[in-house]
Design a binder for this molecule. Structure first.
Ligand SMILES: [Zn+2]
Ligand SMILES: [Zn+2]
Length: 246
């Protein structure tokens, strides 16, 4: 697993590069004087819209926190995400995940952080839980992108990351070609969690598709909680679609 010093090294390298070389935007290659992404791309990325905290459905009224059906049936799981899985956000996630470009983790975390702040949460979670990979998958990829994102968010929010609270114990096949019921079946009992006394936790992951992974992890965390009233937030960088699930 990559750890904190990689980030420090990346930041120092970036500062050195900024001082020595003309930089170009990581997404459109336009010349920039500082940072990693130009202001135009930054604007494209920022979609400060309001979503139902429970199902993620796009809301028209910025003063509402939940859509109609969810406000009648509130559940202790809250969804938050930085934006939709579309260009350029999807490209940035793929470059982090498949091209192993760790520099994208703090940019994506910053985007999610801005979205979280725009939603003015009533209280922040006590701890961030990166969605664990099965050890075989982690060995194949060489790192866990959710851990990188959680570390970057932790720096922004000053909320600790608990890397070892949960483990993925079931080596599941890739979910990309599976239907929603198949994904749910695939993820059943996939995670094991230690006993804990947290009451408000945030699960961190890159992409929310059907929620089968995050909801299975949330179930394992809730089952091991010392207190009955546990609220789980699911923070993902992007969500695939915003179809209302009702
Ligand atoms: Zn750009
Ligand atoms: Zn809803």
């Amino acid at each position: 697993m990559l750890t904190q010093p990689i980030f420090d090294a990346s930041t120092k390298l970036l500062q050195w590069l900024e001082a020595c070389l003309p930089l170009s935007c990581l997404l459109c290659q336009q010349g920039i004087t500082q940072g990693l992404v130009c202001s135009t791309c930054q604007q494209d990325l920022l979609q400060c819209q309001h979503y139902c905290l429970q199902c993620g459905y796009l809301l028209q009224d910025p003063h509402c926190q939940r859509c109609g059906p969810c406000s009648h049936d509130p559940k202790p799981v809250i969804l938050r995400h930085g934006g939709l899985l579309q260009p350029p956000l999807n490209q940035m996630i793929y470059r982090l995940k498949y091209d192993k470009q760790a520099l994208f983790a703090p940019i994506l975390a910053q985007l999610l952080y801005q979205q979280l702040r725009s939603q003015t949460p009533t209280s922040w979670p006590q701890v961030l839980i990166p969605t664990p990979l099965h050890p075989i998958k982690q060995w194949q990829r060489g790192f866990n992108q959710a851990s990188l994102l959680a570390l970057a968010l932790s720096k922004q929010l000053s909320i600790p990351v608990h890397h070892s609270l949960c483990k993925k114990v079931k080596h599941t096949p890739s979910q990309t070609q599976l239907s929603k019921p198949q994904r749910k079946q695939n993820m059943q009992h996939a995670f094991r969690c230690q006993r804990h006394d947290y009451q408000r936790l945030a699960i961190i992951d890159d992409i929310y598709t059907t929620g089968s992974t995050s909801l299975s992890l949330a179930k394992a965390i809730t089952a091991q909680a010392c207190y009955p009233d546990v609220t789980i937030e699911i923070w993902t960088i992007a969500r695939t679609d915003l179809q209302c699930s009702h």
